[in-house]
Design a protein around this ligand. Sequence first.
Ligand code: DAT
Ligand code: MG
Length: 155
Amino acid sequence: QALQLTLALIKPDAVAHPLILEAVHQQILSNKFLIVRMRELLWKKEDCQKFYREHEGRFFYQRLVEFMASGPIRAYILAHKDAIQLWRTVMGPTRVFRARHVAPESIRGSFGLTDTRNTTHGSDSVVSASREIAAFFPDFSEQHWYEKEEPQLRC
Ligand code: DAT
Ligand code: MG
């Protein structure tokens, strides 16, 4: 079975706290994700707006965009048999109150501060994973990775 790719982000609330940053990184490792690429960057507001355009018009959109541009973030391309769903499970539910109650051991259940400042992002489908990976890693070719690198990692 081929490996699946997803985009994971550690948001500014977590990157600002070394122990939380390290704990999230450890969650990636202990869940046996393969780290395909990783970078840290400070995001421009316009890039956040583009990235979250599906939420344009919702009451939290401005807040979300300002927050995501407020400090450094860390981006990963992660590979796993079930990368998209597994990372979303490891993150926990979007909203912090729910995360604390139904998934207290999850990343958001453990470290989420508010519904907006919720520690991490994960792609929600194969289509959005491709779009989001391209947004953060413009030099990364999924096609090349699947042809040349993935077959060697699988066996
Ligand atoms: P997810 O990040 O779990 O995919 P989403 O795509 O619905 O959730 O929303 C994107 C981000 O927007 C989310 O991580 C935090 C923010 N957000 C979502 N719903 C919110 C709400 N009700 N109040 C405040 N911020 C919210
Ligand atoms: Mg989402």
